[in-house]
Each structure stands twice: as C-alpha cells, then as structure tokens.
Design a protein around this ligand. Structure first.
Ligand code: 3HC
Length: 664
C-alpha cells in the first residue's frame, strides 16, 4: 500500500501541486495534516511558486478527517489528539496565504476534505464528484470551518440541507449553487486547475476568501427566520441529537458576528461534541458497519464471488415480492414462482406497487420503472429453474412445505445453484433435511419491507460453503443491503436477541402497566415504535407462529399468556384489519384503542401474575430496563454461542433490522 504522505511538485509554470496520499479515501490523518502544513509553508517560502493546486491521489480528493482519531479520543477522552486545522491550516496557511490555491476535486470531497477545498480560492471539479459535509451523521459538526464557508458559498437553505441531513450532492449540482467554480473532464482537471490558480495569482480571476463573503447569506432577518425554523424542525425530529442544534448555533454565531467568530465557535462546539455519547455511538456504527464485510474463512481466503445472473424467488407474498423488487431494482432478472395464477398475479401486482411507490417518491423514473418491471417473469412450475444461479424461498413458515420445496429445487436447479431460504426462525438443518446439498443451503433473511429495509441477515450452517456465503454477501451488497453473516439457531441473531423485547413488554402489561405507556417509553428512548405497535404492524399471525417455537427453544425464559389469541378472538388482527392495540385509519396516525383494555384485563386475569392482584408501580427507567436488559442478556448468549463473530455485528443488525437507535 502507498505510504501516507503529502507530496509537492513545482512545475515550470510556477504552480506547486500538493497531493494528499492516504488510500483508500485520502482521509486527513494527523500525518496528512502535518504534511499539508509543511508543504504549504514550503510553497509560500519558495520564490519559484506563484500559486498552489491541491489534489488527492488515486482519483479521490478526500473522504474527510480521519475518523479513527475520533475512536481514539472515545477510548482515551484526550482531545489533544485533534490537530489545529481550522484556524492554523485552513484560515492562516491556506485562505489568508499570500499565494492563491485551487482545489482540483475528483471522486469525492467529504467532511474535512470539502472544508479544505472551501478554504481554497476556487474549486474545479469533475462532473460526478460527490460533495458533502456528513459530520452530523458521526455525532459531530463540521470542524474545519464548514459551518461558515458552506452557507457563504451556496446560501443558507442549501447549506442547511447538506449539513443537517448529511446529504451529499454531485459536483454538477455544486456548480449550480456556487460551491464549484468549473466542471471539467478528469483528463483536464489538473491542467485547468493550474491555469486557474495562475490566473488568480495574476488577478485575472477573482481571489475569493469564502469566509469573508456575505453576499449569499441574505438579510439578517431572513437568515434568523431560516435558522429558527430549522431549530424547531430538528427539536421535533432529532430530540436526542445535540449536533443539529450545535450546528445551528455555530452558523448563527457566524451570521451575527462574522465568519471568523463563527469558526471559533464551531471549534469549541466540535470539541464538546467529539466527547458526546452520540458521537461514540455513531462512530461505533460507522466502523461496525464496515467490519461486517470481513468474515474470517470467507473473505480472507482468496475466493472470488461468482456472477449471479438470474435468481428465482419462490412465494409472491409480502416478503417474496419485496425480495424480488430489491433484486430487479439492481438489474438482476428474477423468476417469481407461485402455486397458482391467482397468487402469482397478486405477487406481480405487489412488485409493481412497490415500484410505483418509488416513482411517487421521486426515486425512480417511470421509464426506469417499466424497464425494471420487465426483469421479472412469473412461473407456476420449476421448468425455468434449470438456469438460475440462486433460489430464494419465501413461503409461509411451515416445515414440511419448506422441506418439500428444497427437495424439489435440488432436482430442478443446476448443481452450482445457491439454495437460500428467507425463514426468520426455522433451523436451516431442518429446512434442508431432505436434500443432499447441505453445502449450498443458506439463510437469506430479509426484513420487511424487503425492498426498503437495509439489513440482510445471512445465516450459515456448519456445512454451508464459504463460496456460497461470499456469493450471497456480494448479491446483498449489489442490492444495497448490509449483509451480516450469522450462525444457525432458532430466530438467528436478530429475532433471537429481540424475542425478550416483546416478552418483557407482555410481562409488564400483565403486571398491570399500561401498554400505551410502555410504547411511549420505548419510542421516547428512540425505537421507531413501541413493542405493542410493532406487533400490530407485523400482524398477529407472526406472533402466534413463533410462540411455540420460542417456548420450546428457550425454555425457562419465555413469558406465556393468552393475549394474542384473545385479541384474534376479539376480531383484531393489528394493522392488517385496522384494529389492534391501536386503531388504524387511512391517512391518520394510529390511535390507542381504549376498548382493547377489556381484552388485556381478561388476559391478566388468566395469567394472574400481579402481586396480590394489584398493578405494580414502576418508573419509566425501570420499564426500559425490564424490556432491554433481557435483550442484552440474550445478546450475550448469542455472542457466547458464536452465532455472531463479533459483538459489533449484532449492534449493526439491531440498528438496521430493528431500528435500534444508532446514536445509543
Ligand atoms: C473536522 C471534520 O469536519 C470532521 C470530519 O471530516 S469527519 C469525516 C467526514 N467524512 C465522512 O463522514 C465520510 C466517511 N466515509 C464514507 O462515507 C465512505 O467511506 C466513503 C463515501 C468515503 C467511501 O465509501 P466506500 O467506497 O463504500 O468505501 P468504505 O468501505 O466506506 O470505506 C473504505 C475504507 O475507508 C475507510 N474510511 C472511509 N472514510 C474514512 C475516514 N474519513 N476516516 C478514516 N477511514 C475512513 C473505511 O473505514 C474503510 O476502511 P476498511 O476498508 O478498513 O473497512
């Protein structure tokens, strides 16, 4: 690997090209920061240098400050690991230098990378370069002057959108808003940047310090209105995230007292946030997510993923149609198999509806939708399975049915074909009991809706071959999922870890705690919804189907009640029929249904667990602990049994599969 370094080459034209080299993304590690300071100082001192072009090696400008430094600070609590970049390097050495700089951007300029570029006096970029300040997604704010320079270059509304939503834009859009001065081809990037830098030095092009600009900020009253509205919005939508308000504080300081004051405020807030628990959580998620793609004996043994050209999905229900949608959206042709034409048409309609939903949201064009839809073909038998590379079975959770399907597909599919099941609970050894192809059997556990939820839990047995695991991981990434490889057990990693989540909630309800209060406490903690609403959304069929399976697998740590059966008897089926613990009406938020109390009372009477027949008194904190501590205990078992290879895999699976708040 190329060494971490900054180089400088001075051409006969008098331009010093300063190059950042720290593969794979040219992160601004402390050694790079030192190198930049050194080379810039040299460039300023040399009489043969008239101007500077700043560029990144390997087709990428920079992916920002080195996030490993944050991890280090989280371990030690020592902020001295943070180099002084904002004032010393960006303001004093680059922006206020006696010689101008041009940033030559290719590939990406994110976070500190874009902030360095904004400290330069002009930015030339290739068209598709990705530009953004994603620091808030790491629990901090831009710390090299980004909160001040971005609004001064693109105006307040666009700058807020980019920073507060951690949203990147491509250079072409950047040019429209004034962030980029010129778009050029990769071949011309360096040449044009050099000429541009010289023209600034010769005052034939403007020499602009973005920190001193005010023309894009609008009037003071307008700016304050925009900031006030943003504050209110994020108070509501990100109540646990200090970084959004801090970002607005830094911007507001600059609006009120000037860019340099804003830079100082930003530095102060940035340092406070680096130490916050939010940043600890979010940085942990950043590295944990990347660690999931490293699976010992699978990704480190020199295997190459095979090409998966065609996939068959068995079952066109909610899961099967979602999986098929995800596959065709990534240009993989799919055969959707159902048992009769009525079910097949229903499945195909669901796929179409999934795509129409994306068109409505603006993330798919009508034309692309038609092309995508043409990639799915219906089938009522296995005749088309002779040339598929992977089958994903997604039928109801019935053991004999699944066993039969696997015995059939083993006969009809080519011998290399991967045989995957989307079961969420059933042991894979049982699913594949009637086949001879144990090495090709694997779990592809998607989360509903499968074309939206980002997690793909890949379940391997002792016999699944590393090649098959690698192939499914590669397909998972191609369809934009985060694949997490786990071992085989009842419920696998996510459902197994979270089964006590529902159990704890049910136990509390039977001890007399109001279930709507439980849901409130859990959603205030940051889960997308409480356990009772989740049960409504998943439908009671799932709860009833897994009840017995869990009771047998996890004897002694399940709480059994008749509540779900009683709800069904009472004509309730959750969101499916609009009536569960909550009432669901089209276009309205779910409303607690007071009449469900009678059903709960009946279940409480049957369970008879309230001490002395009276409801317990319990604080909100205790409610949280009663629900999450058993989850943590189960997570420890999952880890101890080797179901996951590292604790952080379970963290990622919980965040992406259950919506566990990533900042926690
Ligand atoms: C003071 C400043 O304001 C503070 C900051 O700048 S904070 C940093 C802001 N920048 C970011 O948040 C960008 C983070 N990086 C990314 O979003 C993505 O990595 C990317 C879009 C740059 C590239 O994505 P992709 O090509 O899919 O590669 P990806 O697997 O994510 O990353 C490749 C490797 O680079 C590492 N990496 C990426 N950005 C990094 C960074 N800023 N610091 C350290 N390592 C980084 C990843 O950890 C990964 O390492 P690994 O191979 O050992 O797992």
């Amino acid at each position: 690997m190329a060494p971490v370094r900054v180089t400088m080459e001075v051409g006969s034209d008098g331009v010093a090209v300063i190059t950042i080299c720290n593969p794979p993304v040219n992160a601004l590690a402390p050694a790079i920061i030192d190198g930049l300071k050194e080379k810039y100082t040299e460039a300023m001192n040399r009489s043969d240098v008239k101007a500077v072009v700043l560029i990144g090696e390997g087709g990428k400008f920079s992916g920002g400050f080195d996030i490993n430094v944050f991890s280090e600070i989280h371990k030690t609590g020592d902020l001295s690991a943070l180099p002084d970049v904002s004032v010393e390097l960006v303001v004093n050495i680059i922006e206020d230098a006696p010689k101008p700089s041009v940033a030559a951007i290719q590939g990406l300029a994110l976070g500190g990378g874009l902030e360095l570029a904004m400290g330069c006096h002009a930015r030339v970029s290739t068209p598709e370069a990705q530009l953004g300040l994603p620091e808030l997604s790491l629990g901090v704010i831009p710390g090299f002057g980004g909160t001040q320079r971005l609004p001064r270059l693109v105006g307040l509304p666009k700058a807020l959108e980019i920073m507060l939503q951690s949203k990147s834009i491509i250079a072409k859009e950047g040019e429209k808003y004034g962030l980029i001065d010129a778009i050029v081809s990769p071949a011309d990037l360096l040449k044009i940047s050099r000429v541009w830098a010289l023209e600034i030095a010769e005052r034939r092009k403007p020499w602009i310090s973005s920190l001193r600009r005010t023309d894009r900020l609008g009037s003071l009253s307008e700016a304050r209105e925009i900031l006030k509205a943003a504050r209110q919005h994020y108070k509501r939508t990100a109540p646990h995230m200090p970084q959004h308000q801090a970002c607005l504080d830094a911007i507001e300081d600059g609006v009120n007292f000037g860019g340099y004051s804003g830079v100082l405020k930003e530095t102060k807030l940035f340092k406070e946030l680096v130490l916050s628990s939010t940043s600890r959580g979010l940085v942990h998620v950043f590295f944990s997510q990347r660690a999931t793609s490293k699976v010992p004996t699978v990704t480190d043994v020199g295997l190459k993923p095979r090409k998966i050209k065609r996939v068959a999905v068995i079952g066109g229900g909610l899961m099967g149609s979602g999986i098929a949608t995800a596959l065709i959206l990534s240009n993989t042709p799919v055969i959707l198999k159902e048992i009769d034409s009525k079910f097949l048409q229903k499945g195909l309609k669901m796929i179409q509806a999934n795509l129409e939903g994306l068109v409505k949201k603006g993330s798919l064009t009508q034309d692309k939708m038609n092309k995508t839809l043409s990639l799915v073909k219906g089938a009522l038998d296995y005749s088309e399975f002779k040339d598929v590379d992977m089958v994903i079975e997604a039928v109801i959770e019935k053991v004999p049915l699944k066993q039969q399907i696997f015995a059939d597909i083993e006969k009809f599919c080519p011998p290399h074909c991967i045989l995957a099941t989307n079961t969420s609970t059933i042991d894979l050894n049982i699913v594949g009991e009637k086949t001879h192809s144990q090495d090709r059997i694997i779990g592809a556990h998607f989360f509903s809706p499968a074309h939206v939820m980002p997690l793909l839990e890949i379940v391997r047995t002792n016999k699944t071959s590393p090649q098959v695991i690698l192939d499914l991981m590669t397909v998972g990434k191609a369809i934009k999922k985060v694949p997490v490889v786990v071992g085989n057990c009842t419920g696998f990693a996510v459902n197994r870890t979270f089964f006590p989540y529902t159990q704890g909630a049910h136990l509390l309800a039977h001890l007399g705690v109001d279930l709507f209060r439980i849901d409130r406490v859990i959603s205030n903690f940051g889960m997308p919804m409480g356990p009772f609403q989740l049960q409504d959304v998943a439908g009671y069929g799932v709860a009833l189907a897994v009840k017995q399976i869990y009771a047998e697998a996890f004897r002694g740590r399940t709480f059994e009640s008749q509540l779900t059966e009683l709800l069904v008897k009472n004509g309730r089926n959750g969101k499916n029929n609009g009536k569960g613990y909550y009432i669901y009406e089209k276009g309205q938020k779910p409303k607690p249904d007071p009449s469900v109390q009678a059903v709960i009372d009946e279940s409480k009477r049957l369970a008879n667990v309230m001490p002395g027949g009276k409801p317990i008194t319990i604080s909100d904190q205790e409610v949280l602990e009663m629900i999450f501590f058993p989850v943590v205990n189960e997570a420890c078992r999952v880890l101890e049994e080797g179901v996951v290879i590292r604790a952080s895999d379970l963290d990622i699976a919980s965040v992406l599969g259950m919506g566990f708040p990533r900042y926690r």
